[in-house]
Write a protein that binds this ligand. Structure first.
Ligand SMILES: NC(=O)c1ccc[n+]([C@@H]2O[C@H](COP(=O)([O-])OP(=O)(O)OC[C@H]3O[C@@H](n4cnc5c(N)ncnc54)[C@H](O)[C@@H]3O)[C@@H](O)[C@H]2O)c1
Ligand SMILES: O=CCCC(=O)C(=O)O
Length: 487
């Protein structure tokens, strides 16, 4: 039985291998941000008791799942990958309808989800420990990795396929079972991903999904006695609140949070490349990426030329429904997000920054949560638009004389997720790689866009200093066991 068979457009929780309604009998509505009157579907507004059912199912399934060999666990992920690949258009369409990113972006993200599943399927066949020479020549000493047990997963709406999968796939391959609570804005896209795991025949209770308000079931995810670890991506405020509880319970936690990512454009940069990367990194997905470029720090000699090229291209951006061909930038995810972005634009003007382009809702786009791509200049480091995460298509141009000044400005942030430099000078590259305080530093490449086989995460307030993706995920989803064997 699939979710849609039960009742048109009503999506259910997934607990112990079954699609079930919440005991509350209440649902929330998922609307299309490109056309607010269009309902995409309904999702369950779950209770703590629904969460309890999911967590106890995950606990009951965990030991048996752990005892399967890595390649058998991997086979389930491979099957789910093939199913997701077959459904790529369907899943990407739902994603565009729920969160607004354009269909090509949504399709790219879904393809990334397929690749993530395949990558972690392979992890089931890779080494998971070291042999360490013992000081006793008659003994064998080695490490092995054991799963945490049941992992709670909380995800945001901006990458509704990739983020759930880059948390669930490693958790599962290393022998954990999971309960996921996706963001309500994209609960249906997550249900589509879970359907793929269900149709791949993943054993009962290994994967569970409970939808609903973070304020109602969010705290359960970290407080429930059956939860042994929590992986969260979202805002700093919520992440830290979950972390406090995790610490008080003594369970492992992992947080990936905000960013205020800088791009430095040096005097010797390839300006066309820098312009294209600033636009792609800052404005794709309407700037709703934790890795999005938001501060553009440009050296004096090339400032005017860079600005002119940038504005010319920003003015060409087509804003509209992400399902329509020719749309480059879709709407923001929600009215709340639109209001936040419009508010920041007003703050920027009030603070004395100069609005060069954009700043409004497009006149012909009244049906959705649209905002024009926006560029400010004369932005100084103490302004709120230079310090706070806006999570929208807003770029702040900042002028500097020297590269040292640029680096100081780039580092003048409580965040440290991703940062880029555009330069053709090797010593500029080296200083940037060494002195930039960010988890991901990129040379002649945009600040957004990450590769699934490499560690992903930030410094300072951007993360809990752990890393996701690639083999780094093993650090979080397992505990190390040191084994000493004396014959
Ligand atoms: N660093 C990263 O990898 C990364 C990736 C994507 C998004 N983000 C960040 O996420 C934010 C945007 O996402 P958002 O608005 O969905 O964030 P959010 O923190 O509001 O929500 C994230 C998730 O937490 C849940 N939640 C809300 N209140 C909760 C509570 N009290 N207890 C437990 N869970 C609760 C939400 O329902 C959602 O599932 C931005 O700050 C962005 O930078 C970071
Ligand atoms: O929003 C956070 C994830 C960023 C990402 O996956 C990307 O930049 O591609």
């Amino acid at each position: 039985m699939t979710t849609t068979d039960v009742k048109l457009k009503t999506y259910l929780n997934y607990i112990n291998g079954e699609w079930v309604a919440s005991e509350t009998r209440k649902t929330g509505t998922s609307n299309n941000p490109a056309n607010k009157d269009e309902i995409v579907g309904f999702y369950q507004l779950s209770s703590s008791n629904d969460f309890h059912q999911a967590a106890t199912s995950a606990r009951a399934a965990q030991k048996e799942w752990q005892k399967l060999s890595g390649n058998v666990r991997g086979d389930y992920l491979l099957k789910a990958a093939s199913i997701l690949e077959e459904r790529i258009d369907e899943v990407a369409t739902i994603m565009t309808k729920e969160m607004g990113k354009t269909f090509p972006e949504a399709k790219g993200e879904t393809a990334r989800g397929v690749a993530i599943l395949r990558y972690y399927a392979g992890e089931g066949m890779r080494s998971n420990g070291d042999v360490i020479p013992s000081s006793d020549s008659g003994a064998l000493m080695f490490t092995s990795r054991v799963p945490l047990g049941v992992v709670g997963i909380v995800t945001p709406w901006n990458f509704p396929v990739a983020i759930p999968l880059w948390k669930m796939a490693p958790a599962l391959i290393y022998g954990n079972t999971v309960v996921i609570k996706p963001a309500s804005e994209t609960a249906i896209t997550c249900a589509k991903v879970i359907e793929c795991l269900h149709d791949a025949g993943i054993p009962l209770g290994v994967v569970n999904m409970v939808t609903g308000k973070g304020s109602v079931i969010g705290q359960d995810i970290v407080e429930h006695r059956e939860i042994d670890g929590i992986s969260f991506t979202g805002s700093n405020a919520v992440g830290k609140q979950l972390a406090y509880t995790a610490v008080s319970r003594g369970i492992k936690y992992q947080l990936e949070m905000g960013g205020k990512n800088p791009v430095i454009v040096a005097n010797d940069a390839d300006l066309d490349l820098a312009v294209d990367a600033t636009i792609s990194g800052g404005l794709k997905s309407s700037g709703q990426k934790c890795t999005a470029t938001s501060r553009v720090i440009v050296q004096n000699d090339v400032y005017d030329k860079f600005k002119e090229k940038l504005l010319r291209k920003v003015e060409e951006i087509t804003v509209g429904d992400g399902l329509e061909e020719g749309t480059w930038m879709g709407p923001l995810v929600s009215e709340e997000q639109l209001n936040t972005v419009l508010e920041y634009i007003e703050i920027g003007k009030d603070e004395g920054a100069k609005l060069l382009v954009g700043g409004n809702k497009p006149l012909n786009a009244v049906d959705g949560h649209y905002v024009e791509p926006t560029v400010f200049e004369d932005v100084s480091p103490n302004m709120r638009i230079a310090r706070e995460e806006i999570f929208g298509p807003v770029l702040a141009l900042m002028k500097v004389d020297t590269l040292e000044e640029a680096l100081t400005m780039a580092n003048d942030s409580e965040y440290g997720l991703s940062a880029s430099i555009f330069t053709t000078n090797i010593s500029n590259m080296l200083s940037f790689m060494e002195d930039m305080d960010a988890g991901m530093v990129r040379v002649n490449a945009e600040s957004a866009g990450v590769e699934l086989q490499a560690p992903f995460g930030g410094m300072k307030q951007s993360s809990s200093h752990s890393r996701e993706q690639g083999r780094a995920s093993m650090e979080f989803y397992t505990n190390v066991k040191t084994v000493f064997v004396k014959g």
